[in-house]
Design a protein. Structure first.
Length: 119
């Protein structure tokens, strides 16, 4: 196994190894998100209104790792022609945003939310 990269911001580690069965290279990215999940739980359980902006114009309702965003983006783009694919998870795109909101509102991903709201 060879180390490819360590992201200094997220701590994500990318490794590469040869797959003798598929006769190709396998690139793996792992990231420890325990601190993010703990912070999300603490923020969610804080019953104050601190997740709302001062003028009620910006709400902090979720914290998602970039690794997770890119995994969701790959799933979103699966089966779409290249011209219809979204390349950046941070762009404004109606269909992509609906996909993200669906994920964040799903009970499967409740640990990513920081506020008791439906997006």
């Amino acid at each position: 196994m060879a180390l490819l990269d360590i992201d200094p911001l997220s701590g994500a580690v990318e490794t590469m190894q040869y797959d003798p069965i598929g006769k190709g290279l396998l690139i793996t990215r792992t990231e420890n998100v325990d601190a993010v999940l703990d912070a999300n739980t603490a923020a969610y359980n804080d019953h104050g209104e601190r997740w709302r902006g001062e003028d009620n114009d910006f709400w902090f309702v979720a914290r998602v790792s970039m690794t997770t965003l890119y995994e969701w983006l790959q799933e979103f783009n699966k089966g779409k022609p290249p011209a219809d694919q979204v390349r950046n998870p941070l762009v404004t795109h109606g269909e992509w945003e609906r996909f993200l909101y669906g994920r964040l509102n799903s009970s499967d991903y409740r640990k990513l939310k920081t506020a008791p709201v439906t997006i």
